[in-house]
Design a protein. Structure first.
Length: 95
């Protein structure tokens, strides 16, 4: 009954805790039943490894509407390529 009053389901605030954010995102999505979902905006340090950036981008893209909490003007080119690739994937597979 409560779903008639909800338009987005979101995880709680957890900057920089990738694993908990992902876990709660999967949990929230399991109850969404057609509603939009999103996890807490993903964030990472500008010196983060490309692998962890890609993992963060994959998680935010596959668990709902992607939301990033980073300053794109400060990110290295490799991080920007990861974000662009995952946003391209998201747009291509949007329903």
């Amino acid at each position: 009954m409560w779903k008639q009053f909800v338009n987005v389901l979101e995880t709680s605030d957890m900057p920089f805790d990738f694993d908990l954010n992902r876990s709660l995102g999967v949990f929230v999505r399991s109850f969404a039943d057609g509603l939009a979902t999103k996890i807490d905006p993903v964030q990472w340090h500008i010196h983060e490894s490309d692998e962890n950036v890609a993992k963060s981008c994959a998680t935010v893209t596959l668990t709902g509407v992607p939301v990033f909490g980073v300053d794109f003007t400060l990110l290295p080119e490799s991080h920007l390529r990861d974000v662009a690739a995952w946003m391209g994937f998201y747009r291509q597979h949007q329903i």
